[in-house]
Design a protein around this ligand. Structure first.
Ligand code: ZN
Length: 647
């Protein structure tokens, strides 16, 4: 029974495809392919234009496969020849196949029948078909070229060809879509460049616009404008293919100058960047956003985001968590806990690794032991070959051939032996040297274990590189939060409540650790380990990491120092024979600081001549020498004698 192939070309809409398919099927039924099993339908709707070629090739492949595998294919129905034109090679491939198999091709637009009624190829039709395909292909190419050329020319002329255009420009539809400056917005662009060049920060510029009620210029927008070279009139590759000219708003030179400023800012920014151990781990307990360090404290980025109102006209910080925690205090705790966790991690995983390596060694040793047996088998084989040869059943050539084979086998086994030997040594080495760093000799004894843990944690604690420390912190800690709490702690005067930060550290291994930090505990702040319910367990003593200093504090400290110096120089100058402070006294007498302090202390010989200015001690040199020279201590008398020569 003969069969028909209904080849529906892909087309843009399902509707069009369906109606084509229906028409072709009806045509086939009229021609006698009445049963559904008589008809093979190829093709489907909805391929994108880019994939057209691929889809077409696939369909041709299917068609050829159907002709080859299904017996009795006699007719192919297709809707439109020009649509076959996209892939010329595939088309001729298909045509060859159907002509060779004497298959009728019936096309609707234009109406073509490839074979005459006698089954012979109608050469006129064949040529028509070829021509149509070639023409269709050419037409398509010309169309595409024309289309491209048009767009390219329009873009080069500064005409809008679709897509978004930069801020500061608009499309004049009355002048054939010419891109023109939007004068008001172009003025803003100019202003942004001028202000940036004058030294204003991008945020300050955005804030300025925001305060003037020009909310469309967000911080993001300012950044984009400062990075858009189109404002110089330069043609930019747009949409991958077309260069588009814009009327210039700023000069090329100004653009370059602003780029240089930006590069410099980026450089200083990255240089000055501090390593915060809690960076991208510490999160706001309320909104869950990351906390960042502004000044010397961690706080919720969202709640403190003063720039947020500048990045969008409507957005305001959502979070009202204004809790801060000192970066020094938080990082001190994080590093302290990280040492503990890292120690534990190394010990446990090292122990796991050790077990793994020992398992490997065990397997290798078993294989190694088997080697001797395998070698013995080789010897047996060799023996047998010799026996057979001796009995005259083997030629000398055959014997040598077999010997050779056995020899190769033996060689391989010996190689394996060396390999196993090497592997065993490697793993033993790993256990001994790498893991031996944390010697496991007496892992069984608690004492040995403790010693080991201490040794290891000391090793880790001795890491000073901030980046390395931060890496360790980040290796284990997934999230850290802090919130306010009040706990009872022991002061010198007794137990009373104190304000604290309740800190939760979430580890990657699903453990959560709890701590309190009490900023004002009568000393310099204290840390306590806690449990999940917030009960205080015990005090811990992280080494305080003084890494970030409040600039104000540093300034006040320096100012105080300066004032003290001025006071001293005005009232107790060296020229008038004053010694100000224990250090100066010790240097003058050439004795240790502690000795000098004792001699001028209330219990010492120089008590009477000592003036106290705040915490400082002032003496006159001649008086001091006089007092000490009469003192009972020989050391003092000697010092006085030495010093008297300097008077
Ligand atoms: Zn928050």
């Amino acid at each position: 029974m003969s069969k028909a192939i209904i080849w529906c070309r892909v087309s843009t809409t399902q509707q069009e495809f369906d109606s084509q398919k229906k028409d072709l099927i009806e045509q086939a039924i009229r021609d006698g392919f009445k049963k559904e099993s008589d008809r093979i339908v190829i093709g489907e709707a909805g391929a994108s234009a880019i994939k057209m070629n691929e889809v077409y090739q696939q369909e041709v492949d299917k068609l050829i496969e159907a002709i080859d595998t299904v017996s009795g294919v006699s007719t192919i129905y297709v809707w439109e020849v020009s649509r076959l034109a996209r892939n010329e090679i595939a088309f001729y491939q298909m045509k060859d196949k159907i002509i060779k198999n004497r298959i009728q091709l019936i096309c609707n637009v234009p109406q073509i029948k490839l074979l005459d009624d006698n089954g012979e190829v109608n050469h006129g039709m064949e040529i028509t078909l070829n021509l149509l395909v070639t023409l269709a292909k050419q037409e398509m190419e010309i169309k595409m070229k024309r289309f491209d050329r048009g767009r390219r020319r329009k873009a080069a002329e500064g005409k809008w060809t679709g897509g978004t255009i930069s801020y500061g420009y608009t499309v004049d539809f009355n002048r054939d879509r010419l891109i023109v400056r939007d004068e008001e917005k172009a003025q803003y662009v100019k202003e942004i460049y001028e202000k940036y060049e004058a030294g204003m920060s991008q945020a300050a510029i955005a804030r300025d616009f925001f305060e003037r009620g020009i909310t469309e210029i967000t911080l993001h927008q300012v950044n984009r404008i400062l990075n858009n070279e189109r404002y110089t009139g330069k043609m930019m590759i747009h949409g991958g293919a077309f260069e588009r000219a814009f009327p210039p708003i700023i000069t090329k030179e100004q653009y370059e100058r602003c780029r240089k400023i930006a590069d410099k800012n980026n450089l200083t920014l990255s240089k000055a960047k501090n390593v915060y151990y809690g960076d991208h781990i510490v999160r706001c307990y309320k909104c869950g956003k990351y906390c960042d360090v502004q000044g010397v404290c961690y706080h919720c980025y969202d709640a403190f985001n003063r720039l947020k109102s500048l990045s969008s006209a409507t957005a305001k910080p959502n979070c009202d968590n204004h809790l801060c925690i000192s970066a020094n205090c938080m990082d001190s705790l994080l590093w302290y806990v990280a040492i503990e966790v890292e120690t534990d991690y190394i010990l446990n995983s090292a122990e796991k690794d050790r077990q793994l390596y020992q398992e490997k060694i065990k397997n290798l040793k078993a294989k190694f032991d088997n080697i001797e047996k395998r070698l013995a088998k080789c010897d047996e084989k060799r023996q047998r070959v010799r026996d057979v040869y001796l009995e005259g059943d083997l030629s000398i050539e055959e014997r040598d051939k077999r010997y050779q084979k056995i020899e190769l086998e033996r060689h391989d086994i010996l190689n394996e032996k060396i390999e196993y030997q090497n592997d065993i040594e490697h793993y033993e080495n790993l256990i001994e040297t790498v893991l031996g760093k944390y010697s496991f000799d007496d892992i069984e004894s608690i004492e040995g274990n403790l010693k080991q843990i201490m040794k290891l944690s000391q090793q880790i604690a001795s890491i000073t590189d901030d980046k390395e420390r931060s890496e360790i912190v980040h290796r284990h800690f997934k999230k850290v939060t802090y919130e306010n709490a009040t706990i009872e702690i022991e002061f010198k005067t007794g137990k009373r409540p104190a304000r604290a930060s309740f800190i939760k550290i979430y580890l990657y291994n699903d453990t959560v650790l709890y701590y309190y930090f009490v900023p004002n505990n009568g000393r310099n702040g204290g840390y306590f380990k806690a449990d999940a319910d917030g009960n205080v367990l015990n005090e811990i003593f992280p080494e305080y990491q003084r890494r970030f200093m409040d600039k104000g504090k540093i300034r006040r400290r320096e100012e105080g120092r300066k004032l003290r110096k001025e006071y001293k120089e005005e009232n107790y100058p060296k020229e008038k024979g004053y010694l100000y402070g224990v250090q100066e006294i010790a240097e003058f007498l050439e004795v240790r600081w502690a000795t000098a302090r004792f001699w001028v202390s209330p219990e010492g010989p120089g008590a009477k001549i000592t003036k106290r200015i705040g915490r400082n001690i002032v003496v006159k040199r001649d008086e001091l020498v006089d007092v000490l020279s009469k003192f009972t201590s020989k050391v003092a008398r000697e010092a006085a004698e030495r010093a008297s020569r300097k008077l």
